[in-house]
Design a binder for this molecule. Structure first.
Ligand code: URA
Length: 234
């Protein structure tokens, strides 16, 4: 008997093999968007991104170039949630890098928030809808488990929801954005603020009192003050 044969006598066929994980076997991602991805599925953002890159839980990936998962600090105190990638984001695989994203950077910088240090930026859906249409309720429902996992992993102090689709997609709140922007709302025990979408500000350049830009300036100052307050408490 060779030593290999001897060693094989120690094999115990009753010992359970570790179940292949969905991450090591992407074919185990539920392709039906109605089947949930349970909380706790991903232990880090790399695993989550691997799934997003191969995801077909809805039809959006069919017409997209790249999945757009997120960018910024994975331990940021603020998570910013947008609606969906646009053309620039689809091309680069990074959220908010087009005109709206450049304006978002300026808004953050105006209160000394750094997009690489203080925020993690992502979207309700991870693939660009054709012609930048609003994602459907089914597409948002199929994609939401990824966002919930992103929020769990980053564990931010504050979540900013840019525009009505982000608010509805995450919290289900269907109120108009102009009604609820600038107010603090609680979702799943987390502090959230709906804000206007930067693309809306691009279409409304006025800085007059009461204009979208002016309102954004009020809101981002309130966000900065709240972050300082939370930091001073801990
Ligand atoms: N608008 C969004 O909502 N998200 C992006 O990533 C880009 C533009």
């Amino acid at each position: 008997m060779t030593s290999d044969d001897q060693l094989s006598l120690f094999n115990d066929s009753t010992v359970e093999q570790a179940a292949p994980s969905a991450v090591s076997q992407p074919e185990l991602i539920p392709t039906d968007g109605k089947i949930p991805i349970p909380p706790g599925t991903y232990s880090n953002m790399v695993e989550l991104a691997q799934h997003c890159n191969q995801c077909h839980r809805c039809g959006l990936a069919d017409s997209a170039t790249h999945a757009v998962v997120g960018r910024g600090n994975l331990e940021a105190p603020i998570v910013i949630v947008g609606e969906a990638p646009g053309q620039n984001e689809d091309e680069t695989g990074l959220p908010f890098v087009g005109k709206a994203g450049q304006l978002l950077e300026k808004i953050l910088a105006s209160v000394k928030l750094d997009s690489e240090r203080d925020v993690y930026i992502c979207n309700i859906v991870k693939h660009r809808p054709p012609a930048n249409r609003v994602p459907t309720a089914e597409e948002m429902a199929a994609c939401i488990p990824y966002l919930l996992e992103q929020i769990r992993l980053v564990d931010p102090k504050i979540i900013l929801l840019t525009g009505a689709t982000a608010v509805k997609g995450l919290t289900g709140d269907k109120r108009g954005i102009t009604k609820i922007r600038g107010t603090w709302i609680e979702w799943e025990g987390r502090l959230c603020m709906p804000i206007l979408h930067p693309a809306y500000l691009l279409r409304n350049p006025s800085r007059e009192q009461g204009s979208p830009k002016w309102l954004m300036w009020q809101d981002i100052q309130a966000v900065r003050a709240k972050l300082d307050e939370i930091r001073n408490q801990s």
